[in-house]
Design a protein around this ligand. Sequence first.
Ligand SMILES: Cc1cc2nc3c(=O)[nH]c(=O)nc-3n(C[C@H](O)[C@H](O)[C@H](O)COP(=O)(O)OP(=O)(O)OC[C@H]3O[C@@H](n4cnc5c(N)ncnc54)[C@H](O)[C@@H]3O)c2cc1C
Length: 417
Amino acid sequence: MTEPSATVIGAGIVGVAAAAFLQCEGYRVTVIDRLPPGEGCSFGNAGGLAFAEVVPAVHSRMLLKIPGWLMDPLGPLTIRWSYLPRVMPWLMALGRNSLPDRVRAITAARADLALRVVSDFETLLKPAGAGGLIRYQDTLRVYDNEAQYQAEAAERATKNALGFATPRLSGGEARELEPALGDNVHCAAFHGGWYFVTNPERVVKAIAAQVVRNGGTIMADDVLSLAREGSRVSHVALRERGLHKVETLVICAGAYSHLLARQLGEDFPLEAERGYHIVLPDPGVALSRSITYARTPGVATPMEMGLRLAGTDEFAGLDAPPNYKRADALWTHFKRVLPALRAPGPDATRWMGRRPGTPDSLPVIGPSATAANVWYGFGHGHMGLTWGPTTGRLLAEMMTGRNSNVDRAPFRPGRFA
Ligand SMILES: Cc1cc2nc3c(=O)[nH]c(=O)nc-3n(C[C@H](O)[C@H](O)[C@H](O)COP(=O)(O)OP(=O)(O)OC[C@H]3O[C@@H](n4cnc5c(N)ncnc54)[C@H](O)[C@@H]3O)c2cc1C
């Protein structure tokens, strides 16, 4: 019997994970990307295996902060005003998903996805010889004052109830653990079990290299369109190579996935939630774990290439030019709690990436409603590094008709119809 074959569009964390898990099920895989593996959004994230982040970022208490943030063009959230009419329906859907009953349902689904994040990562990274990229250190969240800490009591209670412990530390205890923290840190709490990786790009490249060692193909090309024959996609049209025949197609094209799905008559509310990073190769401070700061969303992560400060959310569409002042603003925010942080020198690097965001803070994982041989894995928003390997496993389980330990209904592609 000939082995089944699958073509995966996208060599980000989700696409390479899907390819690797499909190989475990006996598939011959080809991954197509116009960029080298791990050079889309998966390149520059904060490296957080943030599986304990079960409560979606936008909930009713968080909504109250948004107007203030929007007043500051370099604040944690911005919308380019010319883009507002385009993004409005998505923002309204986001608002509906911040109501308490929706937040409860979304939290349960996110908690389900968290179950095997670490073991799915290890399954992919250890055979690739890259297990050392994971650091098993919980992230520390730091607070300026008691009010800030108490304002997050409800989220901590939810996490704790789901088994993610968030022990509190005094400012002094936090400084003992991380001496780079300033005297103004009032208190801190662990995140409930985040780990981190020291180079997200290398994570993806290592998995991609293992896919190739296992007989897979990585093809550098741009998918221009999908060609249908009856109820199936028969070929993808590539910029360089022309028509490429497909047996099964898996679309993991990050923030561009909806453009491909639209060709199959399926409409997904997917927005590019643009985030930034700045990397300081010589930051003047040493951290043994990543930290987040309650005053401003963002993460400071010690990585192989230096200290990476990453975060913020900008709605401006896929193609608007980056505003790197937003990357520099991350430095200003973290300087408040890391007083010895050196100013960015000429060796600092800045980056912008497009998170593939759905309005319900859940990814799309499952079969196409209109094409019998097409599967989707995209829409991981702020959590794509964390959930990428598990998504790959779930796709492989679904495609081979196997049961899984996760209720897959909340991720079904048809939920937006
Ligand atoms: C600043 C920032 C910080 C973040 N921090 C974290 C974090 O700490 N933890 C976490 O879990 N997540 C984090 N994220 C989110 C995470 O990085 C993303 O969710 C994840 O990288 C998405 O992976 P992906 O594989 O879906 O997309 P991508 O990595 O973007 O991969 C999709 C690929 O598809 C390719 N592609 C698209 N269309 C086509 C086409 N037509 N033809 C050929 N190729 C195509 C693209 O070139 C791209 O390489 C962060 C994101 C940002 C921006």
